[in-house]
Design a protein around this ligand. Structure first.
Ligand code: NI
Length: 184
């Protein structure tokens, strides 16, 4: 296992579509996931896609920690190989996102509220689930990385884009901001 530096926005690998993994149970995939877990833990995120450590393969890891869950569903750190997502209806919702590849910044991003997703574990088991809220959001964010999309490219109101430290600073004469800034 090795901790890798997180590739930042502007690097070509983050703009390229990642390639499908041919054998999810291959030992090199297990090694990649181990490196991703270690790198995400070192960087303090709740999700990571393989291109963020410089590997152009369709592999993500994510978690839904207690306190982030919007519907009581807590998910431990889970690897997903060749993930596919689809919206379950037309409903979208907005929330702040941040990204380890866009350090220090956050912005409001519209996402599908409810999705279905599927993908393989490194043991070759198919995971098929439905997700809503933060759980759906983190999947959409990580899967976007596999298509060369970073969250600022999904933003519709650039006036909400800013440095986390500034966004957390309450305007003079007001209480602390209502929005929770999510770290991804
Ligand atoms: Ni990200």
């Amino acid at each position: 296992m090795a901790t890798h530096p997180i590739v930042r926005m502007g690097a070509p690998i983050l703009k390229r579509p990642a390639l499908a993994v041919e054998d999810p149970t291959g030992p090199e995939v297990a090694a990649l996931i181990a490196d991703m877990l270690e790198s995400m833990e070192a960087a303090g995120g709740v999700g990571l896609a393989a291109p963020q450590i410089g590997v152009g393969l369709r592999v993500v890891i994510f978690e839904v920690p207690e306190g982030r869950s919007s519907d009581g569903v807590v998910i431990p750190v889970t690897p997903l190989i060749n993930p596919l997502i689809e919206p379950l209806d037309e409903e979208t919702e907005e929330a702040y996102e941040s990204c380890l590849s866009v350090p220090g910044l956050a912005g409001m991003v519209p996402r599908w509220r409810r999705i279905g997703y599927r993908g393989f574990t490194p043991e070759g088991r198919l995971i098929e689930r439905e997700a809503a809220g933060f759980h759906a959001r983190v999947l959409q964010h990580e899967c976007d990385h596999l298509d060369g999309i970073l969250y600022p490219m999904r933003m519709t109101d650039m006036s909400t884009f800013g440095f986390v430290e500034e966004l957390r600073r309450p305007p003079p004469g007001t209480e602390a901001p209502k929005e929770e800034v999510e770290a991804e």
